[in-house]
Design a protein around this ligand. Structure first.
Ligand SMILES: [Mn+2]
Length: 306
């Protein structure tokens, strides 16, 4: 073995954190990435269980190779901490969660590190997106999702997962653009909102699949810094079946990777999240896909010049 990292890549340890990293690679004070678990679940409308998402991702991440051979590097030397302090704020009171989550996201970004939120339902994205907006007013929010999440409320709840992006747009001053990718379901009002609000750039799954819309077309709408939010149901349920609302006709794993790689080359996300994994007992595909996707994005961000 050439060095300690080589050895770790080949024979990882047994640690209870994202990627199962030993303390020298997962120190929360100096790591360049901090994975915050956010097992918040209150408003899921179909299959429940997304509160179990974060721990399923951490469990699956033990099987992710630390050497990402497609990137040709390992991002763990930058440090990837796991922080479960928000779990205590995930009892269903969104406003309480929001205050705590904004604070830790802001602290992490202020010291130059990248917060990574793993949900939990999509409502949780509001907090890190708002914290990012406060630091970077020129922010574009890029959303990979089957659903527009533009409802004013759902089941009477303003902080429903189905209203997540509507709340993000209401932040003052708000994002320069909301770029929605992979959309294939929603109520008529959401599509009217998308047409009437100039900051919303919606790219449907149908337009992407037919070739009417290219990755370049989507990236044309990305201005300034980026907050990336990934609702796992944006990816096709054939590849990621463990979501609350599996919509057919989604994005492929390969297309998603290419899109995110090009996005990161254009503008490194200042923070990102992956939400709505709803584990299926005995079927680990989606858990593993989520863990691998998160680590790929970390690798892409780590590889960019600061
Ligand atoms: Mn969503």
């Amino acid at each position: 073995m050439e060095n300690k990292l080589d050895q770790l890549e080949c024979d990882p340890g047994e640690f209870d954190n994202f990627l199962s990293l030993p303390p020298e690679y997962s120190d929360s004070q100096i790591s360049e990435f901090v994975v915050f678990t956010a097992p918040f679940e209150k408003t899921t409308s179909y299959r429940k269980g997304t509160a179990l998402g974060p721990e399923a991702i951490i469990e699956a991440s033990r099987q992710v190779e630390l050497f990402d051979f497609e990137l040709g590097r390992s991002a763990v030397q930058k440090g990837i901490a796991t922080d479960r302090s928000l779990d205590a704020f995930c009892d269903g009171d969104y406003e309480k969660f929001d205050v705590a989550a904004r604070a830790v996201a802001a602290t992490t970004m202020r010291r130059g590190a990248t917060p990574v939120f793993i949900g939990g339902e999509h409502s949780i994205s509001l907090a890190p997106a708002a914290a990012a907006l406060e630091l970077y007013p020129d922010l574009t929010v890029v959303q990979i999702d089957a659903h527009a999440d533009l409802r004013d409320s759902y089941d009477g709840d303003k902080y429903s997962h189905a209203s997540a992006m509507r709340r993000v747009l209401e932040i003052e001053p708000g994002p320069s653009n909301l770029v929605q990718v992979g959309i294939r379901s929603g109520c008529a009002e959401e599509f009217r909102t998308a047409e009437s609000e100039p900051r919303i750039r919606m790219f449907t799954a149908a337009a992407i699949h037919s070739g009417r819309v290219s990755i370049d077309d989507i990236l044309d709408s990305v201005k300034g810094r980026v907050y990336l939010t990934i609702d796992l149901d944006g990816i096709d349920p054939a590849e990621a079946p463990a979501v609350g609302t599996p919509e057919p006709g989604g994005l492929s794993w390969r297309w998603t990777l290419e899109f995110i790689e090009r996005l990161c080359a254009l503008s490194k996300p200042v923070a990102f999240d992956l939400v709505e994994l709803c584990p299926i007992p005995g079927d680990f595909r989606s858990d593993f896909l989520s863990a691998k996707l998160i680590y790929r994005i970390i690798g892409l961000i780590a590889g960019q010049a600061k």
